[in-house]
Write a protein that binds this ligand. Structure first.
Ligand SMILES: C[S@@+](CC[C@H](N)C(=O)[O-])C[C@H]1O[C@@H](n2cnc3c(N)ncnc32)[C@H](O)[C@@H]1O
Length: 315
């Protein structure tokens, strides 16, 4: 058993796949089951379900009005909004956003995991803010290879908790595809690399640093993803806004806090096996404080909205 598994095993009942732990050298942030070694990571629907309400509370509502204006300004728009949700998982972005936008919408849900696409289709939103119809279709594939053609006719591209598991090349390709399609992009809940735990523990900073290093392994961007995306979209003429979207976890989110802690500490130990013993003590203490209602955690994220450059004659 590796050190990460040992740290996570020190306290039982992990939701399968929760937490950013994978095999060394693997791109996994969350494992679902024992895939073939070169298969991409799988995300447990239980984990995505657990985080959905914290995500919904965290999302930057200040970006909604600029987004609505951007959608209203789209040149030549007729019919339903075509919304591409990249790395949709079980579809939490659509369940949050579709009922906040007016007008008929057709969501195209992209993911490489057919199991998650099935959940997303079954639990898809049905109506928009004004009661208009919302329909969905699913597309299985690698969103890091999307071309502007794949987004042809798109009114909006969304993603949630995706950017930080991409590489620089993949984010640049995504910015190319979105700006090539001339539509807004709302890319939410990317990790910012900052975590605040109350009460403080002397090991907090070291675990955080090891976790961030783990996120940056194998050329993944982790906490640098939003900066790279901001620059890539701006370099292609888009107007970009970034707003904070932190999780605030307290006694009412104890189940999420527990799974997040296991994953956070597990990844740190995978990155720094020398921390295993101290981290096992740390994890036990943090889990005990969480179940006693004595732990508060702020996990910082960022939401990014990129609006395309107005076409000639547009205001
Ligand atoms: C952290 S989950 C987020 C899921 C969902 N957006 C949410 O917020 O609950 C990341 C999702 O992106 C998908 N994903 C990651 N990289 C991908 C890629 N290159 N192509 C397609 N899907 C990908 C995963 O399968 C997973 O469903």
């Amino acid at each position: 058993m590796g050190p990460a598994a040992a740290a996570a095993d020190s306290v039982p009942s992990v939701v399968p796949g929760a937490g950013p732990v994978g095999r060394p050298g693997e791109r996994a942030t969350v494992r679902l089951r024992d895939d073939e070694p070169d298969e991409p990571p799988r995300y447990a629907p239980e984990w995505l379900h657990l985080r959905e309400s914290a995500d919904a509370t965290a999302r930057a509502r200040d970006l909604l009005d600029p987004l609505r204006i951007g959608l209203a300004d789209l040149p030549g728009r007729t019919g339903a909004l075509a919304v591409h949700d990249l790395g949709c998982g079980t579809g939490s972005m659509g369940r949050w956003l579709a009922p906040r936008l007016d007008g008929a919408q057709h969501w195209i849900l992209h993911d490489r995991d057919p199991y998650l696409l099935h959940f997303a289709a079954v639990a898809s939103p049905r109506s928009a803010a004004d009661g208009s119809r919302v329909t969905v279709e699913t597309r299985r594939g690698d969103v890091a290879r999307l071309t502007p053609d794949a987004l042809s006719g798109a009114s909006l591209v969304t993603a949630s908790a995706l950017l930080d598991v991409l590489t620089r090349e993949e984010i640049v390709a995504l910015a190319d595809a979105c700006t090539g399609a001339g539509c807004p992009a709302l890319l939410t809940l990317s990790v910012a690399g900052r975590v605040e735990l109350t009460p403080h523990d002397p090991l907090d900073a070291e675990i955080a640093e090891a976790f961030n290093a783990h996120q940056r392994r194998a050329d993944l961007l982790g906490p640098d993803a939003v900066t790279v995306a901001r620059e890539a979209f701006a370099a292609r003429g888009a107007s970009v806004r970034v707003h904070p979207s932190p999780w605030h976890l307290g006694p009412e989110q104890a189940a999420l806090t527990e799974q997040w802690l296991r994953g956070w500490v597990g990844a740190a130990v995978e990155q720094r096996p020398d921390l295993a013993e101290l981290a096992a003590r740390y994890l036990r203490d943090r889990l005990a404080a969480s179940s006693a209602g004595e732990l508060r955690v702020v996990v910082h994220h960022s939401d990014l909205l990129a609006l395309p450059r107005p076409t000639d004659g547009a205001s």
